[in-house]
Design a protein around this ligand. Structure first.
Ligand code: BES
Ligand code: MN
Ligand code: ZN
Length: 591
């Protein structure tokens, strides 16, 4: 349930709730920020008989960033607890800082079993309402659906009264709405990531995508196992066929009336990664329920896109499979074909993510996107390189890299660019197929990215984002909870937002609601504007081939995706493809 959020220009000491959290900039003397300036702390010290001032002195509270004091009010103000949270220099706060502050307030409320939170916002943060609301919703997030009896939380934060010291901005409602929409998308991604693998498997992940699409009024297509085989998505089949829960592929699409750019997002949806026959050690295997976090991000993202309606066409593709050991599992040594046509020698069945992504990328490229972004919990090597709080990403050209870096910066998510080192390509040479799917242990995240690049075809701009570290939190960080985090969604949204503004700037399209709600365009928006302008010609040529006013997805031929008609026909039944593109499947009797 979304929070009930109100915003007023009022001193927090006047507002009633179960808990009051006030943010404060660096304090001057006597608990005031600056002389004669209203402060979020006004009124508290007197009501508390000087107790706040004494505590500030005793604890040497200066209002430095993340410094906190907490006190029981004993009923002397209209809430049981008061928390004063230092924000340091308010002008220097990033979107992430503001989100984290609000998330901490929401967490404090839940920890206190408070249902109504009063949040005091110092002057200068009025125009950060969207981030504040995102932080509240993201901080209030808990995954409690399987808790029973005493373990079920008795109270849950439900209402927030935001008290501004400054003026309430005119577009406050839009900003609050946008913040709630965005946070709901991230929280949806977290929910999916946190679902146990006996509940969430490819079919139920596809159901969740259907629900998210319905909720956001966007188009959804689901390809079942039969369709996957029919279309020649052999790598997805290879990875998924060893499980009782067969693979699925989902295509979500958002097509506004006159889009100037088309972006496709792809997500790895391994609903459980046991490693397959190259089985993982027992320790930590349970974490691999989160191995569908890339797919969860795509579903959460598309839900937001459908509601914020940017001026860009956006597609979301999810490849879902369960990687299990079984008599019917794919094996090291196997050679499989792919939707692209290239043949792949299987080295280690635990490197399954890049295989299902290869088919998903080959499908996505048939949509002819201007920009293709995949995200996946792909390699342990990336976690070794960057730790648990930062994603690693790769781009196939500098303009795209600049654009992605700017989006990551605007979102506040930690993302670090890694290099596509060409010399590591040799590691993917195979004696028995076009490609091996893994290289050496060293540089394992890079060789995985190089493998994926083999499947993007002529797509001009591509980013691969390895979210293996931050997708599954080992502890609370910033606005992220322990467990599934939805890390990536905010950056992808910022990317779409920037493309939408660039498109609006390049053409005569009206500013979309997402642009109104977001942060101001920075200098860094230039590359995409250029890219957009460069693309406009091509894109409009492509659009004119579509029936006028065509809605609900790109033209049929592309929406159906490529069929593997060329290249190595290697798969479960070598050469069994019929001319019509149908594949005979051996009717393997399963227990
Ligand atoms: N899902 C894992 C990667 C992963 C590891 C995600 C740790 C999150 C935390 C992936 O499928 C995998 O097993 N990768 C292997 C690849 C190797 C066999 C080449 C890895 O990273 O060890
Ligand atoms: Mn694996
Ligand atoms: Zn995996």
């Amino acid at each position: 349930m979304p929070l009930k959020i109100s915003v007023r220009s009022v001193l927090p000491s006047r507002e009633a709730g179960d808990i009051i959290v006030v943010g404060t900039p660096l304090l001057g003397g006597g608990g005031r920020s600056k002389k004669n300036q209203r402060s979020t702390l006004d009124g508290f010290d007197r009501a508390l008989g000087g107790a706040l001032g004494r505590l500030i002195k005793k604890e040497e509270f200066k209002g430095k960033k993340d410094q906190q004091i907490s006190l029981s009010t004993l009923g002397r103000v209209k809430a049981d607890r008061l928390i004063v949270h230092g924000l340091g220099d308010v002008a220097k706060l990033t979107a992430g800082d503001v989100r984290t502050f609000a998330a901490k307030a929401a967490r404090a409320a839940n920890a206190d079993k408070a249902k109504r939170l009063v949040l005091g916002i110092p002057e200068g943060l009025e125009d950060r309402l969207r981030e504040i609301v995102e932080g509240l919703e993201l901080g209030a997030y808990r995954f409690t659906k399987y808790l029973t009896g005493d373990r079920r939380p008795k109270a849950e934060l439900a209402q927030v009264a935001i008290c501004l010291v400054g003026e309430v901005p005119k577009d406050a409602k839009e900003r609050i709405d946008a913040g709630q929409i965005v946070a709901a998308g991230v929280n949806l991604a977290r929910d999916l990531s946190n679902e146990p693998p006996n509940v969430l498997y490819p079919d139920t992940l596809a159901d969740a995508a259907r629900n998210a699409a319905k909720d956001a009024n966007i188009k959804v297509q689901v390809f079942d196992y039969k369709e996957i085989q029919k279309r020649g998505m052999k790598l997805l089949q290879a990875v998924g066929q060893g499980s009782e829960h067969k693979p699925a592929m989902v295509h979500l699409s958002y097509v506004p009336p006159n889009p100037k750019r088309r972006i496709a997002f792809v997500g790895k949806g391994i609903t459980f990664d046991s490693g397959g026959l190259s089985i993982k050690p027992a320790a930590g295997m349970g974490e691999m329920k989160h191995d569908m976090s890339g797919a969860a991000n795509v579903v959460g993202l598309m839900n937001v896109i459908g509601k914020l309606k940017p001026d860009v066409e956006v597609h979301g593709i999810v490849a879902a499979a369960e990687n299990m050991p079984d008599g019917n599992s794919y094996r090291p040594g196997d050679v499989w074909g792919s939707l692209d046509g290239k043949s792949v020698e299987i080295i280690n069945t635990d490197a399954e993510g890049r295989l299902i992504l290869a088919d998903a990328l080959a499908y996505a490229r048939s949509l002819e996107p201007d920009l293709l972004v995949d995200n996946a919990t792909l390699t342990g090597a990336c976690v070794v390189a960057l730790g648990n709080s930062c994603s690693g990403w790769y781009a196939n050209n500098e303009a795209t890299a600049e654009e992605f870096a700017a989006a990551a910066k605007a979102s506040g998510e930690q993302m670090w660019r890694l290099p596509l080192l060409e010399d590591l390509k040799d590691q993917l040479k195979s004696d028995s197929a076009d490609l091996k799917h893994t290289g050496d242990r060293w540089g394992g995240s890079i060789s995985a990215a190089l493998f994926l690049r083999e499947f993007i075809g002529n797509v001009p701009n591509w980013v691969h984002c390895d979210i293996a570290g931050p997708a599954m939190g080992d502890r609370i960080r910033g606005w992220d909870p322990k467990g599934g985090t939805g890390h990536g969604v905010l950056t992808f949204l910022a990317l779409v937002d920037r493309a939408s503004r660039a498109a609006a700037g390049a053409g005569a399209a009206p500013a979309p609601s997402v642009a109104k709600a977001g942060p101001p365009v920075e200098e860094g928006a230039a590359p995409i504007a250029k890219t957009a302008a460069r693309k406009t010609k091509k894109a409009s040529a492509r659009k004119s081939a579509q029936p006028a006013g065509a809605k609900g997805g790109p033209k049929k031929s592309t929406a159906e995706g490529p069929r593997a008609t060329k290249g190595a026909d290697v798969g479960p039944d070598v050469g069994a493809r019929e001319p019509q593109g149908r594949t005979k499947t051996s009717a393997r009797k399963r227990r």
